[in-house]
Design a protein around this ligand. Structure first.
Ligand code: GDP
Length: 295
């Protein structure tokens, strides 16, 4: 459905670009189509309406109808507004803690463990930090193994305690370990279920309360369509998280999920995942995503 957003916006603007003469009527038609596309992508009515009103206002202000290439100008105006809709500027994570605690949340398979490794690598290489990864999935031994593999790949220590089935205790012990060993960022990878359930939410809420993270990040697979939005909402209701990580943007997905999620939870998207490798991480840039969505 998110690619639908891309397609619909594309189509709306294509019509405009294709017309020999652009009139107020086809601008109005285009705005209607854009608004419908945004509504279909879960952008709420008020925001969608504001969006098209702003585009219209700007188009009038810049005398779109009398410029040489009105279509191009319209696309630029829409692109600029989409950029604003997704937060405007890139927003990085808060590293002010001592140590900084980053709590990862999200469903199983969303890419949490992979992203934990990528983030550790990024912070080590780009921000000169000394991270520690902490394995708090007490249900799946394979998840702990996976975090160890990832940690080895990026040369970052992994704290785990296989005999312990209390994730809150492990998380706290991990932070203590970091303090004793000079690590200044603690990235806590948590258990994920295949669907939102109460036990999982209670567990992560308890970890959250106990470790008071500077950054609680919600990881979501950009390809999961409508589910991505519902899951984001469920996690945000419980955690009031600080930022979103959109993974698996290396495929054909064009990124409409960024708009939907941002409008539903109103939290910044901070990073994107663009592949399985540890280097496949990028700071989220709203303007680049707007380009991608418009195709
Ligand atoms: P977790 O269960 O949330 O910890 O998810 P994992 O980190 O185990 O990731 C689930 C699968 O998605 C793995 O096969 C990862 O290699 C893959 N994956 C994670 N991030 C990305 C990404 O950005 N792009 C692609 N193509 N695959 C990813």
């Amino acid at each position: 459905m998110f690619d639908n957003l891309s397609e619909k916006l594309d189509k709306a603007l294509h019509v405009l670009k294709g017309r020999g003469q652009i009139t107020e009527i086809n601008v109005a038609e285009t705005m209607k189509e854009i608004r419908r596309a945004l509504l279909d992508a879960d952008v709420n009515f008020k925001i969608a309406k504001e969006f098209t009103n702003k585009v219209k206002e700007k188009a009038l202000g810049q005398n779109v109808l009398t410029t040489l290439q009105p279509g191009q100008l319209m696309v630029k105006i829409v692109k600029d507004e989409l950029t604003q809709l997704m937060g405007g500027e890139a927003e990085e994570i808060d590293l002010s803690g001592n140590p900084t605690v980053v709590l990862m949340s999200g469903l199983q398979g969303s890419g949490k463990t992979t992203f934990s490794g990528k983030l550790a690598n990024y912070l080590k290489k780009k921000k000169n930090k000394k991270p520690l990864l902490v394995a708090c999935d007490v249900y799946r031994p394979a998840a702990i193994d996976q975090l160890h593999i990832v940690g080895e790949q990026v040369g970052v220590e992994v704290y785990s305690d296989r005999g312990n089935n209390d994730p809150v205790a492990i998380a706290k012990a991990g932070i203590k370990h970091a303090k004793e060993n000079g690590q200044n960022v603690v990235i806590i990878d948590t258990a994920g279920r295949l669907a939102v359930d109460e036990q999982m939410m209670t567990e992560i809420a308890n970890i959250h309360k106990a470790v008071e993270p500077q950054e609680t990040l919600f990881v979501v697979d950009a390809m999961t369509g409508q589910d991505a939005v519902n899951t984001a909402k469920a996690f945000n209701d419980v955690l009031n998280f600080d930022g979103v990580i959109l993974t698996k943007l290396d495929g054909d997905t064009r990124g409409g999920a960024a708009i939907s999620i941002k409008s539903v939870v109103d939290k910044p998207i901070k990073f994107i995942g663009t592949g399985e490798k540890m280097e496949a991480i990028d700071v989220f840039h709203p303007s680049r995503m707007a380009d991608r969505i418009l195709g």
